[in-house]
Every structure is written in C-alpha cells, then in structure tokens.
Design a protein around this ligand. Sequence first.
Ligand code: ATP
Length: 544
Amino acid sequence: MRKLNMFTKQYSRAVLTETGVMIKDQQSRPIDSYESTPFEDADDTTSSSVFETASLISCVTCLSENDSDEGRNAPLLPANTIIPYGKILYTQEIEPSPQAPFEDNEVEDPFESEPSSSSKIIEVTFAKPRRHDLVPKKLVLSISDIPSCNDLSAEIMRRSYKKSKVGKSILVILNPHGGKGRANKLYVSKIKPILIASNCSVEVMETSYHRHAMDIARNIDIEKYDIIACASGDGIPHEVLNGLFQRPDRVRAFNKVAVTQVPCGSGNAMSVSCHGTTNPSHAALSIVKSTEIRIDLMCCSQPSYINQPRLSFLSQTYGVIAESDINTEFMRWIGPARFELGVALNVLQRKKYPCDIYIKYAAKSKNELRDHYVYHKNKIVNKSNETNSDDPDNDEVDENDFQVKFPLSEDVPSDWEKLDSGLADNLGIFYTGKMPYIAADTKFFPAALPSDGTFDLVITDARTPITRMAPILLSLDKGSHVLQPEVLHSKIVAFKLIPRVKNSVISVDGESFPLEPLQVEIMPRLCKTLSYNGSYVETEFESM
Ligand SMILES: Nc1ncnc2c1ncn2[C@@H]1O[C@H](COP(=O)(O)OP(=O)(O)OP(=O)(O)O)[C@@H](O)[C@H]1O
C-alpha cells in the first residue's frame, strides 16, 4: 500500500456502481478553470457523464510524459460522473498519513473530516479522453459503501479487467518507417503512456530492415511475453506470424503469445477489425483490456517457397485490387487514398486478369453464406455468455494444426470446383480475406468471422458495365457490395489460382508475392489475438 503524499490532501468521495466508480460529491477547492470533454465508453453506453478538468492544488501526478502541463493539475470530476471500469487502468490503495504536515500557505482541507474508517483511499488511474485520444490520469478517491471484500483496490481491478490479465508482458515491434515515418512518435506519445499506466511490462524492438520482424519473432524468448504488439501497418503482423511459424517450437509459440497491432501504418486492417479503431491510444486501451481470442489463419503455398509455406492473416488478392495495392506504392505520399484511386483507375479501364481458379467451397451461394454466418455468429454470442468460456486448455493448438492438408505438389482434389471459364477469362477482382475491414473505411468482407473455419471470397467480372461497377465500389465502406448480383461472394476452405497473365501481381496481406500459382487453405484457430468484444468489430452484415 502506498503512503498518501503529504501534499495530496484532496479527495473526491466515490462509490462503486455496476458500471464504474461514481463520484459522489465534489467538496473541493474553488476551481480556476473548467474544460469539458465528453466521456464515452464502449462498455458503458448508458453513462452520459461529462468529464471536467480542474486546475487545483492537489499534486496528483500525471503519467503522460509529454504533457507536463496537465501533469501538474489534478482532474476532479463533478458529482455523479462515472469512471467506467472499461477505462480504469490501475488502482492502488493509499494509506493516509495523519502526521503528514500541510504547508502553511495552502488552503484549508475541503473535507471537514478525514475519510471515515468505513471508507478507503484509492488512487485510480484511468484513460481520460482528450480530443481524439485517451491519456492516462490519476485521481485520489475516498470510496465509501465498500462491497464485502477484503481488498477494495483488487476488487476494482477485478471489475475493470474481467477476464483479461493485469500487468501483461508486451513486446512491441515497431516499424519506424510505418505510416509515413510517424510510428515512433505515435508510440511514444499515444501508446506507451497507456501501457505503462496499466502496469504492463513493455519491451520495444525497432525493425531496421525489410523482414526484420520475421527474424525477431523467429528468435525471441517466447516465454518472456504474453503479447507481441506490432506498432506498424499490416506488414509487421504478417512477418511476426511467419517468424513464429518457422520456429521449431511453433506449437508453444502459438499457444503462448497473442499477436496484435497498434495502428501505426498506412494499412491497419488488424486494428480496425479487432480493436475497432485506427486511433493508437484507443487501440492501446483495447490491448490492455481485451481478452484473447483465437482466429483462423490461411496458409499459402507457391512453387518459389514450396518447402516453407507462408501464413496470411488478412487477405490474398490478384487482379484489380492487387495491382491497386502494390503498383501504387510509389504514390505512398497520398496516404490511404492511393489505394482507392488505383482501384478506380483499373476498374474504369476494365482491365481483366485471365486465370484458372479451383475452389473448395464451404458456403457457395449467397443464401448458404448467410446461413453459415448466422450459425457461427450465434456460436460466438453463446460462447461469450458462458461463464466458463475461457478454459485455456480447450484453446490450445498442436502440431497437427500446422500441417498443410492440401499440398501444392498434389493434384487438385476432386471436390474442388473450377470457376466458370467465361468469368475466369475476364476476371476483374479476385479477393479472399479473413478480416472484415481491409482499411478504416473499407468493409470488404462484412461476413468475415474470427474462427468459423472458412475465409471469404469476392470475385467480379471485368465485363460488368461501369454503370454497375461504380455503385459497387462506392458501397465498399458499408460492405453492401457483396449483396450485388454482379459480385460473387462465398465462404471457402481452400483455393488454387493459376494466373494466365505475364505482368501483374499477387498480394498477400498487402505484401507483394510471386506471380505464380497460389494455393491457399484455412488453418483453423491457429493464432491468438486480442479483440475488445471477443469477436471482430460488428459489421451489421445480418441486417444488410
Ligand atoms: N527499417 C526498415 N527498413 C525498410 N523496410 C522496413 C523496415 N522496417 C520494416 N520494413 C518493411 O516495411 C514494410 C511495411 O511495413 P508496415 O506494414 O508496418 O508499414 P505501412 O506503413 O503500413 O506500409 P504498407 O502500406 O506497406 O502496409 C514491411 O514489408 C516491412 O518488412
């Protein structure tokens, strides 16, 4: 228990509620200035509390290293404000020091008496909204109406972390070139303060060359970490997963660590899909609070690396989308819009990408896909309602889960269907994916689910008139493009794509892959990641 600092003589009185810690009264010093900020919380949509920052004499320390000004001022909150458990990062009980002298020139204690023996002094560190970000703040609270528990601080932590581990051990792999070179600054100013305030132990490794993250993940002491957090775009999680995959102890590695992303790149699909945000500080809070989930990965084989298949967590693409992603690298300075511009240009030119495609379907028609989606979505909802849904022993993978079921060297199995040659000769978009969002505003795979044992296939025909393609492309943000009759949308287990063009690209997780036959199969539940809601972000596919 920490001793109360001799200068800290102001408390807000508070009680515990079902949703958070509620400020009961605010018997504090006259306030110099107020700055109101809306206080929202994903876990507590009913609370409409307003946050007020007051400049007061209390010397509560701020954890934000870059904000020394705020650090001198303690936020005091108006009565009835709830600090939701979802935003509480850390608590500790403080032992009041009756002998602590107060300075003469300081104003009289606003409380008429010391906190009563039925109350406890707790220092609460929480994530406070500031503009678009969250910053850690500390408050000293006198909490009364204590629930029947021995350790009040531990009780608040239990409510604040639910099934999530407190004080996680995190390896941050940071790509200093990510997101137009802003990754380092984003990490220091927006991510690190939240992780440190949450009592996580954090180690940072910067990548210094292409594929460095793969080498890091292959060689690290996996026992040291609970989480590998990629402060990067989607390229680094791709490399980390493949580095882990190449380890001799890969079974242990995939059972030990969760791989996640704090968005610091130009493509942040993993963060949007799992943390529901592209804001680094919000993603950091999600990492601290989330429970682990297992997600399916996809395993890619091509002749160039036939003995060492590669994992993919996000997508594989050929045709319009692949060219728009890879061939617009030179336009990086434009930012994310470069991708949409590339797609529009290629579609307007009605470029076609002949190939042969063989598919093992799980749900071929749109109706079958919808049934599949509803069934598996309900399974997730039921699991999250189970009290003992997080039995770790049920969640482990073994070496069998890493074995390729459909080797590239063997003939295409007889139950795989060949795509109609009329369509295959005139292919426009070929895009397969496992996460709903491929970018912040592009819900390309609205029916994607974390561990349904399938991935989603979207195909378009280059012969589709521009007048029909334009509305399809314009509905990518809502995800309703998959409902259009011109768009083929299926759930699949595996495919083989044989390109019949000489100059084009194949892109896997946004990385350039060889233009040669590509065979991909699902590897169910291989990877642990973190998600704020136990699934992917809600896409509302059911109501489309
Ligand atoms: N120090 C480095 N020098 C050169 N390349 C690097 C370095 N560190 C990482 N890379 C490479 O940068 C690529 C992109 O990484 P990342 O996804 O993190 O960034 P990004 O800004 O989102 O880029 P992208 O738009 O390609 O997704 C990866 O292929 C990775 O190997």
